[in-house]
Design a protein around this ligand. Structure first.
Ligand SMILES: [Zn+2]
Length: 307
């Protein structure tokens, strides 16, 4: 099976200040672990292509897109949202991150790849239709899913999100959109304190207690996600792949381990094989402890490959 990793040096130049957890070091930590796991031999590497500005409009409000472009600083930092800060390289990084997700759809739909993983930043799943949120500017996974629907006329796509934070931006964009199934697991109560009120039938939210570990995580995937995915029969599966629920990651209290990321990836691979011609596009979200981030991405890719 051909698997691709899409990344770009531009995504490393974005930073939100010294000692910020969403740091440029996350990407080399992933690349180093892919090399030491031998995964660089079985994956194809691609340079991300920046997104065409008009494709951002698939999920974002035109005034919001203009706001981001107009406020990108030429020097210093610009505060865009409560937790979102731009430096002079952020706009380029964000355009490459969103572009990678679109490119991943093209590579998979044209059957050059079965599976594509975007090792990119800034992340995207908190970005709503009209606002930056968390450490996110453009909702990369939502743009990719909307692009697959529009450009390739896919009638059903699924987005699953195992980041420890609720994918509020993705939910905001696809509420009442029956052709997009969205499943999100997250610690609750926890930032961004959303996802527990039912919104629409296509949204499957599975909150986890702070004390949750492997068993609770695997239970909600088995009991809630997999039946919903199998009933929905998506033509492509998108993964908001955040690794901040790892036991070694100080960002949260939930305790998952490398093998849990491998396991959930194997489950998603099985669903994709059955319903989606094996098509999977996975995009990096959170994951702030550099060692467990690198190992978890390797476990995720191994699970997707069935290696
Ligand atoms: Zn997160």
């Amino acid at each position: 099976m051909s698997v691709g990793i899409i990344s770009h040096f531009a995504c490393q130049a974005h930073d939100m200040g010294e000692h910020h957890p969403e740091s440029p070091d996350r990407l080399p930590a992933i690349q180093n672990q892919l090399i030491s796991s031998g995964l660089d031999f079985v994956t194809r590497q691609y340079d991300a292509i920046p997104i065409d500005r008009k494709l951002l409009g698939l999920v974002h409000d035109p005034a919001y897109i203009a706001y981001i472009f107009d406020n990108a600083p030429s020097e210093g930092y610009a505060q865009i949202g409560e937790d979102a800060v731009m430096n002079p390289h952020t706009l380029s990084a964000a355009l490459h991150a969103a572009g990678a997700a679109v490119q991943a759809v093209d590579l998979v739909m044209k059957e050059e790849l079965k599976v594509a993983f975007c090792a990119t930043r800034p992340p995207g799943h908190h970005a709503e239709r009209k606002s930056a949120m968390g450490f996110c500017f453009f909702n990369n996974i939502a743009i990719a899913a909307a692009y697959a629907r529009q450009h390739y006329q896919l009638s059903r796509v699924a987005i699953v999100d195992f980041d420890v934070h609720h994918g509020n931006g993705t939910e905001d964009i696809f509420t009442d959109e029956p052709n997009v199934l969205f499943c999100s697991s997250f610690q609750h109560p926890f930032y961004p304190f959303s996802g527990t009120e039912p919104t629409s039938a296509n949204i499957i939210n599975t909150p986890l207690d702070a004390s949750a570990s492997s068993n609770e995580f695997r239970q909600v995937i088995t009991d809630r996600w997999l039946p919903a995915l199998n009933a929905f029969k998506p033509e492509m599966i998108f993964i908001s792949a955040g690794f901040d629920a790892h036991a070694e990651d100080d960002m949260s209290q939930v305790r998952l381990y490398d093998n849990d990321y491998r396991w959930v990836s194997e489950q998603l691979r099985a669903v994709a094989k059955q319903h989606s011609k094996g098509r999977i596009v996975s995009v990096l979200e959170g994951g702030y402890d550099l060692s467990s981030l690198g190992r978890s991405v390797a476990a995720h890719i191994n699970g997707l490959i069935g290696y």
